[in-house]
Design a protein. Structure first.
Ligand code: GAR
Length: 230
C-alpha cells in the first residue's frame, strides 16, 4: 500500500480521478493527506467528502519559500507519505521539499513536455499552431516542469479550438494517465535511469498518430504501399 500526499491549489479534478481509482479498486494506495496553499480550493471540499485529512498552508504564514516547504515536509512526514502528488499545485518547489522526497514527487502538466513548460500552456499551444498537444506526468526535479517523464497522452488540436475546449480535451486525458502513473509507482515498476523514467515490463507498441486524420493521406498511403511492393 502506497501512502499518498496530494498538493492542490484549485478545482482538484485530478485528485478526484486518483480517489476514484482507489475507491474503484484499481489502485492500491491511500490518500493520507491533501494540502492546499489556497483556502478556497474546491479540492479541499472533495477531500472532506471522502474523509481525507486536509491542511491549508497559507503563503502568508510562511513568506520564505524554504520555510513554506519545510512545513509541507513536516506534514507529509507526519502522515507517513511515500509519494507526493502535485495536482494543480501552483507553486514552484524548493530543494527543501525535493530533497526530502527524491524521485518521489510527481507532477502533471497540460502539455507535451518539454514543449510549453510554465503557465497558460494551452493558450501557448494554440498560438503556436501545433497539431497535437497533450498531458505529461513526470517526476519533479529542481527545474520548472522538467524531470523524468513517466507517461504522456496526446490529443489533437483543431483549428476552431478555444483555450477552454483544448484544456477540457487535455484534462480528460490527465484523469486517465495520472492514476496510471501512480499505479506504476505503487507496483514498483518505475525505474529512473539518468533523465529517463523506465517502465519495467511494459509491452512495446508500434504506430503513429496523425492530425488531420489519416483518411486525408489515403492516396499517399496507397501510393507508398504500391511502391513498397515493387
Ligand atoms: C490541470 O490541468 C493540471 O495539469 C494543471 O492545472 C490543472 C489542475 O486541474 N497544472 C499545471 O498547470 C501545473 N503546472 P485540477 O485542479 O482540476 O486537477
Amino acid at each position: 500500500m502506497t501512502n499518498l500526499g496530494v498538493l492542490v491549489s484549485g478545482n482538484g479534478t485530478n485528485l478526484q480521478a486518483i480517489i476514484d481509482a482507489i475507491e474503484g479498486g484499481l489502485l492500491d494506495s491511500k490518500v493520507k493527506v491533501v494540502i492546499s496553499n489556497n483556502p478556497g480550493a474546491f479540492a479541499i471540499e472533495r477531500a472532506k467528502r471522502h474523509n481525507i485529512p486536509t491542511e491549508i498552508v497559507s503563503n502568508k504564514t510562511f513568506p520564505a519559500k524554504e520555510d513554506y516547504d519545510r512545513r509541507l515536509v513536516e506534514i507529509l512526514k507526519e502522515h507517513s507519505v511515500d509519494l507526493v502528488i502535485l495536482a494543480g499545485f501552483m507553486r514552484i518547489l524548493t530543494h527543501v521539499l525535493i530533497n526530502a522526497f527524491p524521485m518521489r514527487i510527481m507532477n502533471i502538466h497540460p502539455a507535451l513536455l518539454p514543449a510549453f513548460p510554465g503557465l497558460n500552456v494551452q493558450k501557448k499551444a494554440l498560438e503556436h499552431g501545433v497539431k497535437f498537444s497533450g498531458a505529461t506526468v513526470h517526476f519533479v526535479d529542481e527545474g520548472i516542469d522538467t524531470g523524468p517523464i513517466i507517461i504522456q497522452a496526446v490529443v489533437p488540436v483543431y483549428d476552431d479550438d478555444t483555450e477552454e475546449i483544448l484544456s477540457a480535451r487535455i484534462l480528460q486525458e490527465e484523469h486517465r494517465i495520472y492514476p496510471q502513473a501512480v499505479k506504476l509507482f505503487a507496483e514498483g515498476r518505475l525505474e529512473v535511469k539518468g533523465s529517463r523514467a523506465i517502465i519495467k515490463d511494459s509491452p512495446t507498441t508500434e504506430g503513429a498518430m496523425e492530425n488531420p486524420s489519416v483518411t486525408m493521406f489515403k492516396e499517399m498511403d496507397e501510393c507508398l504501399s504500391k511502391s513498397s511492393k515493387k
